[in-house]
Design a protein. Sequence first.
Length: 295
Amino acid sequence: MPGFVDLHIHSRFSSDADFSPAELVEMARAAGFAAISITDHDTTAAYPGAIEAAAGTGVEMVPGMEVTTLYDGREFHLLLPYLDWTSPVIARIAERVSSGREVEARERVAALSELGIALTWDEVEAASPAAPPLGVTIAQILLDKPASKAVPALRKYYENPGRTWAASLFYRDYFMEGRPAFVPKRHIALLDVLDLAPASGAVPVLAHPGAYFENATRDDIAALKGRGLAGLEVFTSYHTPEQTAHYRGLASELDLVATAGSDFHGRIKPHVRFGDIRDGGREVLDGLLARRRPA
């Protein structure tokens, strides 16, 4: 099968993305992709609708999910391509993450309120009904409020619209460790997901290892390989050319499948355009399938 693959795309079932599965399938078809994976944050709500939307289009839909985890005190994101979205194991993982995320979200909103930043939980909940919101989603909801534009402390986030990922800047200023609205993360342990997920048919892949919050080292990746990691997202919008070369070398050295994923969301990441990552083909899918354990 000719064409490219992108195994890291978000639909509107993620609290911070814009497009429906059907829209993403059409975008993939128009861009010449052979396969995509909709990997929403900690949920498989896009399925089976995404599979149905792809039927007959020539675009293969690889079922997946992106799980937010903790490892060695850092936030690591794990992709689970080829999962069975009906699996009780996946439901258990999603429930654990969702419950922790709601606690985090409520605490973040409360922390902003204590700082005098006007945002209520009712506003956040109404704007993100599909799932408990990520920190960057809370930031976007705040910045979307017309009244926020008049707040002096928020003025800088409205500069250079469309070129600056304002919600991300706000996240770094307020929600990261050491910042005024930081709250402890309550994510599921990465090692727990590596232990559980293969029973669902999933083939675990570490997403964007060079991301600033992850910064995965060779020792990290080697240890995770020993616990069941099968792939490494080498080609991604997060990586510089130098990082791509570095992680490509590690994938080869450690016998991991080098995967490609854009982490496309929509307006919340204006610098990531659909179809930007074109470094993976059918060999990526073949490599993952060769390591898959039947559900």
